[in-house]
Design a protein around this ligand. Structure first.
Ligand code: GDP
Length: 201
């Protein structure tokens, strides 16, 4: 996204707030502390943007970011930060989020973040995958904090989580895992390329 500029648009708590946005949309989801804010800021190439919009305690809000470019001054692509799940039950986590996933036509892909060192999908990840399968949302796994693992272990974990995800969501899951690290910036280009490819911009 070298020529693109990212900006924070708004925090949404109801569908009316995001309905007017009609660009291809990409949403980042995952358990709390998985490294989501760090990775989104790397993808958007903005250190301050995501941290500023992060409000602790707000579990049922969606943060919207717009990526603009000289060709698309309005906003070419929308990136959404979904609240981290894992400490709460699915019901708690939000009717609003379920509604978003089930009705959002602009949503081209969900990136589901899984921490490499955790090495497996947790119950909350599996529940989330059931939802995206049910609502038919293409979903790609991102292994995060891969700087903490050796290459050989990484290959094993990557294959293992992909198999587990495809068992639950065979239609929704994109059969390719992107290994990422905020620390080394590995995988950031691959995420940006995946976004551009899937958005058709
Ligand atoms: P979030 O809760 O999912 O938004 O996670 P954060 O982005 O706030 O990161 C949670 C913690 O993991 C922080 O202490 C980060 O410094 C750390 N972290 C994030 N990304 C990486 C990474 O790629 N490598 C390592 N080693 N630590 C990371």
């Amino acid at each position: 996204f070298s020529q693109r500029d990212a900006k924070f648009l708004f925090t949404a708590t109801k569908p009316e707030q995001y309905k007017r946005l009609s660009n291809p949309e990409f949403t980042f989801a995952g358990r709390s502390n998985v490294g989501k804010s760090s990775l989104i800021s790397a993808v958007l190439r903005s250190q301050s943007l995501v941290k500023t919009s992060k409000k602790p305690g707000h579990t049922s809000t969606l943060n919207f970011f717009g990526l603009t470019s000289s060709t698309y001054p309005e906003s070419a692509i929308t990136v959404v930060d979904m609240p981290g799940y894992g400490f709460r039950s699915r019901d708690d986590w939000g009717q609003f989020i379920m509604e978003y996933l089930s009705t959002r036509k602009e949503l081209k892909r969900v990136f589901l973040l899984v921490e490499a060192k955790v090495g497996e999908l947790k119950t909350t990840d599996l529940s989330f995958l059931e939802l995206v399968e049910q609502y038919n949302v293409p979903t790609q796994l991102l292994l995060t904090k891969t700087d903490k693992l050796k290459r050989t272990d990484l290959n094993i974990v990557s294959a293992k989580v992909l198999r587990a995800a495809m068992d639950v969501a065979p239609t929704a899951v994109v059969p390719e895992v992107i290994c990422c690290s905020y620390k080394t910036k590995v995988g950031v280009d691959a995420i940006q390329e995946a976004i551009l490819r899937a958005s058709g911009v």
